[in-house]
Design a protein around this ligand. Structure first.
Ligand code: HEM
Length: 239
C-alpha cells in the first residue's frame, strides 16, 4: 500500500474526510527530503513565522519534535507545521510552511481558519470549527487531499507559470493531521507532502485518477489550477 492508494476516490469535494490516526509522529524522514527542507529554510527564511503570544505553544510543539526552535523543528522531520490558537475561529498563529501548495504563510497568519480558506469554494467552515472545538488531547485525526501540479517542485508558494504538457505534470497529495496540544490547548496541523510524476503511475491508478478528476466539480478545477486543460489531462490519463 502506497500513499497513492490512500487518495480520495469518490465523494463530494470539499469534505472534512477526517479519520482517526494512529501513526507515530513525527514520522521518519528521507534524507533527501530533509536536505530540500534545509535548503528552503536557508533560501526563504520567511517560511517560518510565529505571532507574538504563540511562544508557549511553539515551545510545546518543539518539545514534541526535540528541536530548540520552530526553524529547527521544520527541518528535523518531514511535515510542515501550523499552530491554531484556542480562540473563536481558531486563528493560525504560527507556522513552518516549506512545501506550500500555492499559498503564502504571511498572508494567512493571524487569520481565523474560515478566512484562511476564503479562496476554497464550499469549505465547511462551521463544521471544521465545531470539530476543533471538540478535539481532545490524545485524539489525532488525518485527512488526505488530491492535487495536480504542473511540475514537481515541493516549495510551490505560487502556481507554476509555465505551460508544460500534461504528460509532464505531477500528482501531489498532502497527508494532514490535527491534534490538540495538552498544555497550551493549541491545535497542531501537520502537512506531509507526497509527489510523483503522473507519467510514473501505473495504468490502473491513472484510470482511477481520471475518473476522480472527471467527477470533481467545476469549482475544484478552477481552484486546483487545472484550468481549461481538464479534458486534455483526463484523456491522457485514460488513454
Ligand atoms: C478538517 C479540516 C480542514 C478541511 C476540511 C480543509 C479543507 C481544505 C480544502 C478542501 C482546501 C482546498 C485544497 C485541498 O483540496 O486541499 C484547503 C486548502 C487550504 N487549507 Fe484547509 N482544511 C482543513 C484544515 C486546515 C487547517 C487546520 C489549516 C491551517 C492552516 C488549513 C489551511 C489551508 C490553506 C492555507 C489552504 C490553501 C488556501 C488557499 O488556496 O488560499 N486547512 N483546505
Amino acid at each position: 500500500m502506497t500513499w497513492v492508494d490512500e487518495l480520495p476516490r469518490t465523494g463530494s469535494w470539499p469534505a472534512m474526510g477526517v479519520r482517526a490516526d494512529t501513526r507515530p509522529w513525527p514520522a521518519p524522514a528521507e534524507p533527501e527530503q530533509l536536505r530540500r527542507r534545509r535548503e528552503v529554510v536557508a533560501a526563504h527564511p520567511d517560511v517560518v513565522q510565529a505571532r507574538p503570544g504563540s511562544e508557549a505553544a511553539v515551545a510545546e510543539l518543539c518539545a514534541l519534535v526535540g528541536a530548540p526552535d520552530l526553524a529547527a523543528a521544520a527541518v528535523a522531520q518531514p511535515d510542515d507545521l501550523c499552530l491554531l490558537a484556542p480562540e473563536p475561529g481558531w486563528p493560525l498563529v504560527a507556522g513552518a510552511l516549506l512545501f506550500p501548495s500555492h499559498w503564502r504563510l504571511a498572508e494567512k497568519l493571524g487569520r481565523p481558519l474560515a478566512e484562511v480558506h476564503d479562496r476554497v469554494p464550499g469549505y465547511p467552515a462551521a463544521q471544521v470549527d465545531r470539530f476543533l472545538d471538540r478535539l481532545r488531547p490524545g485524539q489525532v485525526v488525518a485527512r488526505r487531499n488530491l492535487l495536480v501540479h504542473r511540475d514537481g517542485e515541493l516549495h510551490a508558494p505560487w502556481p507554476a507559470i509555465h505551460d508544460a504538457p500534461v504528460e509532464a505534470w505531477w500528482l501531489r497529495s498532502e497527508r494532514q493531521t490535527l491534534r490538540r496540544l495538552p498544555q497550551s490547548g493549541h491545535v497542531l496541523f501537520t502537512i506531509g507532502t507526497d509527489t510523483t510524476p503522473l507519467a510514473e503511475l501505473d495504468a490502473g491508478v491513472r484510470r482511477r485518477l481520471a475518473a476522480r478528476l472527471s467527477e470533481l466539480p467545476a469549482a475544484w478545477v478552477e481552484y486546483g489550477g487545472v484550468g481549461d486543460r481538464l479534458s486534455e489531462l483526463v484523456s491522457w490519463l485514460d488513454a
